[in-house]
Design a protein around this ligand. Sequence first.
Ligand SMILES: Nc1nc2c(c(=O)[nH]1)N[C@H]1C(S)=C(S)[C@@H](COP(=O)(O)O)O[C@H]1N2
Ligand SMILES: [Mo]
Length: 342
Amino acid sequence: MPRNKEPKRETMKRRKFVKILAISAAGAALPIGDFEAAGVTGPILKPGSMITSIPDFYKLQIGNVPAINAAPTHWKLLVTGLVEKNQLFTYADITSMPSITAMRTLKCIGDDFGTTQMSNAEWTGVPLRVFLDKAGIKPEAEVVVFRCRDSYHTAIPIADAMREETLLAYKMNGVDLPKEHGYPIRLLNPGHYGTKNPKWIITIQLAKKHEGYWEKRGWDPVASVKLATMIGTPEKDSTIKAGKTYTISGAAFDSGNHGGIRSVEVSLDEGKTWKAAEIWASDSPLAWTLWKCTWRAPDEEGPVNVYARATANDGLMQKATGFDSAPAGAVSYHTVEAKVAK
Ligand SMILES: Nc1nc2c(c(=O)[nH]1)N[C@H]1C(S)=C(S)[C@@H](COP(=O)(O)O)O[C@H]1N2
Ligand SMILES: [Mo]
């Protein structure tokens, strides 16, 4: 997709992004599909496990997935720009360095309701700062720019780049990074939405400033993850059996920006009263927190509106306002309309 060819009006820019998201997510968004067939009253949790399998992990990019051959004759990672000395690393150089394996959740900034474009995996990689230290950052440098094979580009501040949790990842759930998720290497940048986690990196360039692909189109250059929770069950428009006990479940996430998730609450009366959910799985604040709670569906048929909100360890609680994700990520709590039927 050519750069600088986008309409300059802000609304156009935003609409375009959301549209791309909808198309790209279509295949990956609802892998279950047969929720009713599985029996809506059963103890089916969604997400049902901390780790999202690779086929279920959301996928999002501006164009086609590039296929990179990581042999040294085809691909080497270049670290350049405002550095003391340019550096080149082969795939074998990178994979033979001391590595870190950790869970990280990725979430897209454009996901209005925090429902489909959030997934968690276990990644293996090398801290980005190892590469930057080898090159030597010149004092006038302020950002680290990532240039990718699909022509995507984005930058992060040096302070974020030097965090020990900021990784250049080459494995996902124990296998070589799949081509859809950035083979041979991608960035995992804690605290930041997907836009700041570039895939298919070919060049890392130290610079004074940089305006990234999505920032040119109106999206927040900081892209700090907002406190959010999503309801996985029930799914929108699903049917819950009258009089049966039903498990409401989902995932909450702040990417560590508010100290992690303290609690999640659910409301079935449009936010008048809230009931605490059980946290049933969690890792570090850089991975999502899974929650569930049981609810006895009424005997009478009718619509039901499920609300869920999260509270972070720093005391921040999600508010009902601001359903739009643009330009800096959605802050509202998630609501799902379902129905109770005999
Ligand atoms: N090279 C490249 N990296 C990219 C993108 C892209 O279009 N090209 N999209 C970003 C966005 S908007 C998101 S949400 C995440 C999605 O990562 P995933 O496809 O592995 O889930 O990739 C990010 N990294
Ligand atoms: Mo995204």
